[in-house]
Design a protein around this ligand. Structure first.
Ligand code: TMP
Ligand code: ASP
Length: 259
């Protein structure tokens, strides 16, 4: 597979040129980073699980009419997606206070927010993805006001759907990050949900125990990262039919350890 032209290597994924024009291949790595790359590590099998979880969520969002970049899964670690021009904004949607919000504003982690909060960060690793106000976006031309209205509407739809999806498997969706991209048709562009949706970019807590089933286990040195990601995949119904060897290997490994 190394014959393909690599377009970009990010912290958790590699992008390759796709087989047809306008497509790219997302390869999901096991690499994990946190705090803007200051903490680095590997979560064995994460890429396989995220590829599958993200496929599932994008497909389900497609069923309710959210336009997205996902085309099809190619193999354990790769999926074919539409090539988009990424809007350089990370959209963070929050239902419950956690992470940077608690540090920034002194709110206690786990406090339910009276309304869904949308925050924007400028996607720039060198600057550490700084939090920005919506006004900065139009001011610097990162997206138009119309695009931002559409993005905010879509983010709320995605949140409503994902809250229900996860509530159905006894998981509370605390917060998550989305990215959008443009596809061009002449002078006109359309927005698509892009990147990935996985426990790397979501906070997912078990409804009853508040156990963290997401990348906070890595960020906070809690251990059990793979088991947590697997548990999310299992509850979503993605593991039983997983004849995928790596996933089964991980399962067996877990069983051997009696967890
Ligand atoms: P935060 O509390 O660190 O701001 O993160 C909020 C949510 O967004 C959390 O679920 C993790 C996700 N996120 C990313 O996936 N990538 C990022 O670069 C940031 C800042 C947040
Ligand atoms: N993804 C970001 C990083 O790798 C932030 C995070 O997820 O904590 O630094």
């Amino acid at each position: 597979m190394s014959r393909r032209r690599q377009i970009y290597e990010g912290k958790a994924k590699i992008l390759y040129e796709g087989p047809e024009p306008g497509t790219i291949i997302q390869y999901f790595k096991d690499d994990a980073t946190a705090f803007n790359n200051q903490k680095k590590g590997t979560i064995n099998g994460k890429g396989v699980l995220n590829n599958r979880i993200s496929e599932h969520i994008f497909t389900r969002l497609g069923h309710i009419g959210v336009p997205h970049h996902f085309i099809r899964r190619l193999n354990m670690r790769e999926q074919l997606v539409r090539q988009v021009e990424i809007v350089p904004i990370e959209i963070v949607v929050r239902n419950v206070a956690a992470g940077s919000l608690t540090k920034r504003l002194g709110v206690e982690e786990g406090t339910p927010l009276p309304r869904t909060l949308i925050e924007y960060c400028y996607k720039d690793d060198a600057l550490g993805d700084p939090l920005i106000a919506e006004e900065h976006i139009a001011c610097f031309g990162w997206a138009s006001q119309d695009e931002m209205n559409e993005i905010a509407d879509m983010a709320i739809r995605v949140n409503d759907f994902m809250c229900g999806l996860f509530a159905g498997i006894n998981i509370r969706l605390i917060d998550f990050k989305l990215e959008f991209g443009r596809i061009w048709d002449g002078d006109y562009s359309r927005l698509l949900l892009a990147d990935e949706i996985s426990p790397d970019g979501c906070r997912l807590w078990d409804m009853e125990s508040d156990e963290k089933l997401d990348k906070d286990r890595f960020r906070r040195d809690m251990g059990g990262e793979v088991e947590a990601y697997q548990e999310v995949a299992r509850r979503l119904g993605l593991l039983p039919e997983g004849t995928a060897n790596e996933v089964l290997d991980l399962e067996q490994h877990r069983k051997k350890r009696g967890k």
